[in-house]
Design a binder for this molecule. Structure first.
Ligand code: FAD
Length: 281
């Protein structure tokens, strides 16, 4: 498949990228790893007249620790996340994305901006209480992951804004688990559940659970979290709480799974992710 004709620009500064984006109007699109946008263009589901490649813009790559959080540049590829074990749940989930080729090219910023609810990193951003920095012609703003994902492939990022960096809480001392179910090992998630748990002894001090592909946007499993906070993390309590994982979800049925099957997967994967997070797996 061959995409429609388009122009290409590779700006060498963030300001130049924003100016080119604004001048290009609605038909201009930023290009990061190209692993979501180019397939859409090849299928003629997207036909931007101008691609603005971010790869030469300085300062958009890399991972740094700053006080109690991690700063991750938007152009940081999945493979760098995968090999940064200090990122905990983020590294674990990034390592399950497709195959090495996709992980070498695809970026955290591209994944977030694309807003596909089947992407591995989006619910993980929510449980990491991530914020993203967006730079546009009128300046900079910060948006939390919980306000970012509005609908299927729709985020709070304006068409004239560049996502420059992601900040996530450093969850030092928290346990984590990631359970992804797919038919072939390198496929997208049919359903995935991410969990981070802070415990003292066997008591749950805090817990956050993310659901992937259980609606048009990534979700938190708030009822499970509420059931476990302050409770003993016994296998029985975890199993009972995980039974509520599918409450309030709206999973899209597809060729692989019915809605009910996805709800079943959410419950099972939630229990397993929690068991993994507390070392019971
Ligand atoms: C075969 C295959 C299998 C895959 N499997 C998985 C999987 O299992 N799990 C998973 O999570 N993902 C999967 N992906 C998607 C992959 O992770 C992509 O890399 C990711 O979704 C998009 O990142 P990108 O850097 O390639 O973005 P691009 O494709 O370059 O861009 C995607 C969108 O984001 C916009 N954008 C990009 N960067 C910015 C920015 N900095 N600021 C504002 N807007 C921006 C673009 O304009 C575009 O609209 C798969 C992809 C392929 C091709």
């Amino acid at each position: 498949m061959i995409p429609a004709v388009f122009d290409y620009a590779a700006p060498e500064s963030l300001q130049e990228a924003i100016t080119t984006l604004v001048d290009g109007g609605e038909e201009a699109k930023l290009l990061a790893g190209g692993h979501s946008l180019i397939p859409l263009m090849k299928l003629r589901l997207a036909a931007p007249s101008l691609l603005i490649d971010l790869r030469k813009v300085p300062g958009l790559q890399g991972i740094q620790r700053e006080n109690g959080s991690w700063r991750i540049g938007a152009m940081t590829p999945h493979t760098e996340l995968e090999h940064s074990s200090e990122l905990g749940i983020v590294a674990r989930a990034a390592g399950t994305i497709a195959d090495p080729q996709v992980r070498n090219r695809g970026t955290i910023g591209g994944s977030i901006a694309h807003g596909d609810p089947a992407s591995d990193l989006l619910a993980v951003m929510m449980i990491s209480e991530a914020t993203v920095t967006l730079q546009g012609p009128d300046g900079q703003r910060t948006v939390g992951a919980n306000e970012l994902f509005r609908d299927y492939l729709e985020t709070a990022i304006e068409p004239n804004e560049v996502l420059t960096e992601v900040r996530i809480q450093a969850l030092d001392g928290w346990g984590f688990g990631y359970q992804k179910f797919n038919r072939r090992s390198e496929d997208w998630a049919m359903v995935a559940v991410s969990a981070v748990v802070k415990q003292t002894g066997d008591v749950c001090e805090d817990v956050r659970i993310g659901l992937t592909h259980m609606a048009g946007v990534p979700l938190r499993a708030h009822l499970v979290e509420e059931a476990l906070r302050g409770a003993s993390l016994s296998p029985e309590n975890i199993a009972k709480a995980a039974e509520q994982a599918a409450e309030g979800t709206d999973p899209p049925a597809d060729l692989n799974a019915s809605e009910e099957y996805k709800r079943h997967l959410a419950r099972v994967l939630c229990r397993r992710a929690l068991q993994e997070a507390v070392g019971l797996a």
